[in-house]
Design a protein around this ligand. Structure first.
Ligand code: SF4
Length: 708
């Protein structure tokens, strides 16, 4: 082998090898990390990926999913051209058409539905990726429909809602300034968001103390916890309120802070006094001494962070539980000082970069104020008021009852029906529509129910303005040309907006004009950022003093007692205090004697998007349920057995994985597998009344060994 062959084999970038390194980002998971990627490109093809050194989120590393980007981009099932349905919905029979034909058909289909039923009858839906969301939301509103729905109806927005109800703003833990104790409540960042997981390691290396509270013995619990607390699933609210009571009784509450900055402490304290350590031990299964130790650690620390996760909101008592947990920070005065919780605001597309843009104005200013109410308004009024999206968990009811108006068309980007409980019903709904458009990177089940299917490209094939904390901004450049006939989502949305002939000059002007508007109040020249092509740091102003107020809640203070919830006390039976409520979907019976937990993250997939990537599938090839060894023994099940998970509405067949990750009596399973979709047997009527979120982690079930 000569030198050049050796260099080619080693993929060494140089003029001789013709291999270039192009900088891009990975957008496989949420916008939070969106790690920097060095794409090694030869002859227009990505031949290798590495994390970009010095990048703010990943500093040279990639997680398992990001490392598989090459297989992700070049998946065989990429949608290659615009397609028109020629068979029945669901059959997957399509013919290729030109982009002009596709856009014309879309504008005619959507405008026809609008003329016949009203703009509200068209639902604009989205899933992953997220970078184009502001554009899709604005398209919906400029079209005249208030019905913009994202997968955040089941995923993340409830957590933001809980922060805003309580603190008026989303908060983030300041781990870099070394709190004395870090309590990760239901947090598993080593798997769910590894850049955050690396912060946990760093914190521990510097002498920090970590407590992990989780019904599942997760990798983060095993690798990071100095104290691991395992409550029974769904009992976190009781645990949090008992800890709060102990903190108050022991005199560890920060009364100066409470008196100055909080609202409703008396009512909160009265409620706390109904919680007891004995009952806590009985209900949560956590030994009293551990509860006491947890209260001591939080209560006596000079600075502490009690970090909740999204997962707490995936219970039918999710909002009250999440609020009970985050109230511990206000109770101990761990707010708005270094090493505690700091107020923050979203900068651009779910990123917190330390500066403010006009994204919210861009998304919201065309909201059709005279339109009929958005989906979910009556049923989930707090969501409706606080979240600028319709609540997708009310979509199927709305479709079935036509109350208060019919739904007749769906315009979708990246929609994944398996994000939703009883997932196949969304496909049934699609079958019933008069017109469906689906844009995606890959052929999904949802795409196969659309009239027109459009090919989108990946982050490697397009540009995007991204920002990162603290104060970084980049305008990415494509590493390769868009594959096949794919286009980027914003290009598609812009073209659709133009064809619909809607009165929105800005949206119709394309991506650059829109981002310039969004960033116009900042001292940054986007043309310059684009020309540079790498990260630029811009000045970040110190945020206003949060505690000086007014805090953005009805009382202007941090609310133990939520006045926003109190409005719906009588009409919707909601409790303004963060009470513990039992929240399973049905009573425990001999038949349904176990608890099912789903919705957790896995190292090799995000929802259902990566199960078809061979490297990633190989890490967990078959859908499997984690069953505690004691339960397995009791049920006569061994590793790899075929088993059924049975809930009150159905069953699915999976493999048994005997693992201590699950506590006795509890079963954990990851979602998104096509051949065993756990969400198909999660009842869609089992919802948190405050947020509308499904109770993915509070379902009664049983395990049956499958016949061989
Ligand atoms: S999938 Fe992994 S590599 Fe990609 S952005 Fe998320 S954390 Fe980073």
């Amino acid at each position: 082998m000569n030198t050049l062959d050796r260099m080619l084999r080693a993929k060494i970038p140089s003029e001789e090898t013709g291999i270039e390194i192009k900088r891009t980002i990975c957008d496989i998971c949420t916008p939070g990390p969106q790690c920097g990627v060095d794409a090694y490109v030869k002859d227009g093809v990505v031949i290798k990926v590495e994390g970009t050194d010095g990048f703010p989120t990943n500093n040279g590393a990639l997680c398992t999913k990001g490392a598989a980007n090459r297989q992700y981009i070049y998946r065989e099932d990429r949608i290659r051209t615009p397609m028109r349905r020629v068979g029945n919905r669901g059959d997957g029979e399509y013919e290729p058409i030109s982009w002009d034909q596709a856009i014309k058909a879309i504008s005619e289909g959507l405008n026809k539905t609008k003329a016949k039923y009203g703009a509200e009858s068209v639902v604009f839906m989205t899933g992953y990726p997220k970078w184009y969301r502001p554009w899709l939301e604005r398209l919906a509103y400029s079209f005249g429909s208030p019905n913009y729905i994202t997968e955040s109806s089941t995923c993340h927005r409830a957590e933001v809602m809980s922060w805003k109800l309580t603190y008026g703003v989303e908060m983030r833990p300041d781990i870099a300034n070394m709190p004395d104790v870090l309590v990760g409540w239901s947090c598993n960042p080593l798997v769910s968001a590894y850049p955050m997981g690396r912060n946990y390691y760093k914190y521990k290396e510097q002498g920090g103390k970590v407590v992990i509270i989780d019904p599942r013995r997760t990798p983060t619990a095993v690798q990071c916890a100095d104290l691991y607390i395992r409550p029974r699933v769904g009992t976190d609210g009781y645990l949090a309120n008992t800890v709060a009571r102990l903190i108050v009784e022991k005199g560890w509450a920060d009364m100066d802070f409470i008196e100055s900055y909080t609202h409703g402490f008396k009512e909160y304290k009265d409620m706390l006094m109904t919680y007891s350590l004995d009952e806590a031990e009985r209900i949560t299964g956590v030994p009293a001494k551990d509860i006491m130790e947890l209260a001591r650690l939080i209560g006596t620390a000079k600075k502490a962070v009690v970090i909740p996760s999204n997962g707490l909101c995936h219970h039918s008592n999710g909002i009250t539980t999440h609020r009970a947990v985050i109230c511990l920070n206000a109770l101990t005065g761990n707010v708005a000082k270094p090493g505690t919780f700091l107020p923050t605001f979203e900068t651009f597309v779910d990123m917190l970069a330390g500066f403010k843009t006009l994204e919210e104005e861009f998304r919201q200013e065309r909201f059709p104020k005279n339109a009929r109410p958005k989906i979910g308004s009556d049923r989930f009024p707090i969501w409706s008021e606080m979240v600028d999206e319709a609540q997708g968990m009310d979509l199927l009811r709305h479709w079935q009852t036509k109350d208060p108006y019919p739904i007749k068309a769906i315009y979708a980007h990246g929609v994944n029906n398996r994000m939703y409980p009883q997932s196949s019903l969304l496909l049934e709904m699609a079958k019933d529509m008069e017109f469906v458009v689906a844009t995606d990177i890959f052929w999904t089940d949802f795409c196969k129910h659309a009239d027109i299917v459009l090919p989108a490209c990946t982050s490697f094939e397009r540009s995007e303005v991204k920002c990162y904390n603290p104060g970084y901004i980049v305008y990415t450049t494509p590493a390769i040309e868009p594959l096949y006939e794919s286009l980027d989502d914003v290009e598609i949305i812009t073209w659709v907006a133009q064809a619909l002939n809607i009165d929105d000059e800005l949206l119709c002007s394309g991506y650059d004009a829109c981002v310039k508007y969004i960033y116009k109040d900042l001292e940054v020249d986007l043309d310059e950022v684009k020309a540079v092509g790498t990260l630029i740091k811009i000045p970040v102003e110190s945020p206003p003093d949060y505690l000086k107020g007014p805090i953005n809640t009805p009382s202007g203070k941090i609310e133990f007692y939520s006045e926003a919830i109190a409005k719906y006390k009588d009409s919707h039976g909601m409790n303004p205090l963060p009470v513990f409520e039992d929240g399973f979907d049905c009573p425990e019976t001999e038949d349904l004697d176990m608890a099912l937990i789903t919705g957790g993250r896995i190292t090799n997939a995000v929802h259902s998007r990566l199960h078809d990537v061979p490297w990633l599938r190989s890490l967990r090839p078959e859908p499997a349920a984690d069953i505690n060894p004691k339960d397995a023994e009791h049920l006569g099940i061994v590793q790899g057995d075929d088993i059924y998970i049975v809930t009150r509405i159905g069953r699915i067949k999976v493999k048994a994985n005997i693992s201590a990750i699950s506590a006795p009596g509890e079963v954990n399973i990851y979602h998104g597998y096509k051949e065993a979709n756990i969400n198909e047997i999660i009842p869609r009527d089992h919802l948190d009344p405050y947020s509308g979120f499904p109770g993915f982690k509070q379902i009664r079930c049983r395990i049956e060994k499958a016949e061989v």
